[in-house]
Design a binder for this molecule. Sequence first.
Ligand code: DGJ
Length: 698
Amino acid sequence: MPAPHRLANGGVALYLDTTGDDPVVVHWGADLGDVDLDPALLLPPVAHSMFDDPVRPSLLPQLSRGWRGRPAIRGSRGGRDFSPRLALTGIEGDGTGCTLRLADGETRLEAEVGLALTPSGLLLVDLAVTNAGEGDYVLDRAEVALPVPAHAAESLDTTGRWIREKAPQRRPIQQGTWVRSGRHGRTGHDAPAVMAAGTAGFGWRTGEVWAVHLGWSGDFEAFVDRIGSGDTLLGAGELLQPGEVALAPGETYRAPTVYAAWSPAGLDGVSARFHDWLRARPTHPSAPRPVVLNTWEAVYFAHDLGTLQELADTAASLGVERFVLDDGWFTGRRHDRAGLGDWQVDETVWPDGLTPLIEHVKDRGMQFGLWVEPEMINEDSDLARSHPDWISTPGTRMPQEWRHQQVVDLANPAAWQHILEALDAILTENAIDYLKWDQNRDQLELGSGGRASTHEQTLAAYRLLDELKRRHPSVEIESCSSGGARVDLGILARTDRIWTSDTNDALERQQIQRWTELLVPPELVGAHVGPTRSHSTGRVHDIGFRATTAMFGHFGIEWDVRQASDDERTRLAEAIRVHKAHRELIATGRMVRMDSPDPALQVTGVVAQDGSSALFSVAALATSLNEVPVPVRFGGLDPDRAYRVELALPPGPHALSGRAGVAWIDARPVLPGRVLAEIGLPMPILNPEQALLLTLTA
Ligand code: DGJ
């Protein structure tokens, strides 16, 4: 009997019906083992007023197969060959991955779909489309979609803006298409970390969830598409500009990888698949993540050697291990209206170059990092004056400025080479361990030689990063984009951490980091303790709340700590000590986000993979409607082990005192994992914007 082709790994399986010439995913989810099932038994009936044969969602949905939702491939050869009927010509692979080859003799298109299930159960889907005919084939779309069952009732994705990235939004799945389009020329502050579909009310730890993410840093679409039959597809692909992918005969377009995660147990299960896969990469940072001090919110553009040396002294005394000099060090960059493109040290500010600062930093045992924004150019710069033709334009007209800057046309080989050599010189001439690679504007009209170039610009930026990494393999690179506007697995394939948001307000960060870490493991998520009064919101937070919030990330400071009080410095040094004691756990453990019955209380944890220890924070985000906090339950622990529960950091003034406190904090009890998971612990009455940091040790 013909059985569906089964790919299985990490507790997940994909069953493909390849008995006909149109490959169909009959199941993506729980691994059901080797099923002896004739796919013909799963054929749906034929509706009235419908095509005469059953219509199923193909792995490559096509109009020619009767699919009335989004077709996977769109394009034409000057208006002809617009409706391919790709048919399976071959399939090869093993039990965890396969490549399907499809071809259409009439439109002379060929396609290849690579499916790979990783040990963490993450499914990687790679689509390639080749023009096998004569004359250019202009591709308008080539995207990947996977079916989700009818009991997926709600979609969830994230949106956002500057200083408010990764805000979740949910909606019921109904007939029609819910599509998130990114037209920023970068990933975007509003880009969905994932596009997810799940059973009604799915949460962090409950419900069945399917999710996709596109590994791409340019324009994109991610969608949930439910058509009249009730069939539902979840997918993503690059959003192509008019005419920008014109395939010459024999040429191939490779779509960005779509990463797909299924979880039987909520969003934490989705995270685990992404985190485990990312951590298994040979390029994943293996050294402990060094505690950072970044100078931006400390001095902004006011670069002065003496001030920065004092800042470095204070940073080193607190336990900082990497000192990062932010924007303002290069020619003409006294403010954000000039200088981008002129990547030489500004001699008026740095008469002896960066070396005196670098040596000062290194003498104190810290690494040195430097900020750059290589893809950008100010019209007020020597580079723009000497090479105005290197500015990306849609034709002859300049695009609108954004933060007074334009975009370097990296699709122009001469411009690309110039930027590469300028960066290479900085790295060769200075002892730099780390680059903070920024990108601070939307790019809506990217053009090169009069043609749309968003696709090519994105690839050229990747090539720039790849080539610099090849020339300077020990230099780590951070992906920053006005905060978190370039957070995706395309950029993370060539960088070592992301800057999460330009807000260091801990209350905002509680949400932004939680939802960023749905996709990105915490050790890659930059999280800084900002000034006492937040520069982005004006809120004032105690150092306990700020440090506990930064704990679940790549910990850093972005504050003029010279101005901090003695008490603040003592408590910050203690937080850094606690972070260092737990950073291996944070970088390797399983993330746990509890579905709190009280929205005012947010519980975040990391549990060691072997269940031997855990770190949890309980953060009061607002005042609660409850007179006393609801007991907090701790998930992800080993139910059969006993854990000693201890306070890791004092939460700040007024908490825990008198009758507002709870007995267990002083008792440091040892309690079974099952008790902590089911009954939980009562919480002291926390003020809003206060947090407890707890260690649980088996
Ligand atoms: C935007 C970044 O997100 C900030 O952290 C800072 O580096 C500024 N750019 C500098 O211009």
